[in-house]
Design a protein. Sequence first.
Length: 555
Amino acid sequence: MESIPSFIELIEKSIVKNWDKDALTDYKGSTLQYHDVARKIEKLHIMFENGGVAKGDKIALCGRNCANWAVAYLATLTYGAIAVPILHEFTADQIHNIVNHSDAKFLFTGDIVSTIIDPTKMPKLEGIIYIPDYSLLVSRTDKLTFAREHLNEMFGKKYPKYFRKEHVKYTHEKSPNDLALINYTSGTTGFSKGVMIPFRAIWSNYDFACQVMGKHLDHGSNVISILPLAHMYGMAFEFTYEFLEGKHVFFLTRVPSPAIIAQAFADIKPCIIIAVPLIIEKIIKKKVFPKIQNNRMRLLLNMPVINKKVNEKIGEQVYQSFGGNIYEIIVGGAAFNQEVEAFLKRINFPYTVGYGATECAPIICYAPWDEFVAGSCGKAVVHMEVKIASPDPQNIPGEILAKGLNVMLGYYKNEEATRETIDKDGWYHTGDLGLMDEDGNVFIKGRSKNMLLSSNGQNIYPEEIEDKLNSMALVTESVVIQREDKLIGLVHPDYDEARSMGFTNDDLEKIMEQNRQEINKILPAYSKITAIRLHEEEFAKTPKKSIKRFLYQDA
């Protein structure tokens, strides 16, 4: 393995080097400078040590993006504990499952999550800590209660004069292969896999970011964190890289609507934007298309003499709508809307599409915007190899395989799933199908893993929703598909049962609407079903009796 520096040491160095710079800001709220972050980390370390946390213990974090979430995460790693970030949109049951499965000792929880969870369903937890002020919501040991109550006193005793740069000394990982965090791909026990991410993978993603973003530091240092920190994509490229490079991260602490995001771009003027396609598509469709889709603009765009000038003007408008200061927008997680991608190409807009997976923490492929081939997702990144399992990778789609420093250690407590996903030669089997051209550009041709992606970057596993839907009144089988950012349930009802009860199609529609409302009560906000459509025929199936869902994507 190539020489890999200590990741914890990089955190230390960044804090000391950027001591008086702005570090983390809650958008429309307060700002922490690097020395404030160090002080808070130190207090949490005192609480961990006196509250009974040993090196290697698991600490879970579940709440919306904010500066205090980021500090708690940094404090966990630099103490020598293992972080378990949990998506705050998960339901209470999903959060309980992950906390229990991961063997977490403490849980940091945000303002909304703290009101929905049930501590009695997480019996192994010793403490629940409230992210906004690090107060104790639940303490099950006297030493934790004592540590929190006397925290300021203990801090004062340890640093009688004042807390200074030279006090920043953290527990370094012993090896690049040490486990840093466990990231769950979903929340349901039957489907959840805890991806074990080692320090080498976090460092390797950071090193990639340095190589592709580092040369553009003159664009300023502001970055907006839009994607959830509990999602590896947001964690790696909207927080980790920026923090280690002394940049200033702004967290959108509320649910980011397109209007809020557009306003934040204008206020913060970020130097880079990391997003999923739907965020970009919504802003362009709402803010840009209405201005250019009138008859006058259409006429001008059809006149070759002035077409170039008009496109330049439109390009400038689009650039301004993203804050006017970006050198690149990196889109990942799903395919771009073709109309929007063709439009961005036409106006020569600086966007590119990357490809990754939680199991690679997350990056696998990328190309800078000026080298990016439309329709692709870039080439294998530094420290990674990619190949297509196909006799003719340029023409016959095969599974995309990846190997290198970014690849996980395996799935927590699930050796069977690990063996199915990482082969004996170390290749990670992505479950995605793709082609590769002679220059190494990868083109995704389908997701054999079936994962869908919400507009704010959440992974949606349709099988989980279908599982619940199939157990509801008069549902024989179902397929969940995505239209724009809405989820539609296609349902093949039990027509025999319905007829025997004298139900008409109208009655069935009403029953399915009732089912929709019932299932939405138990689903996280981002995976609620917008509509249920009746499907008269049984769904077509493979010999293994799994539904050929690709046949219904355009239904």
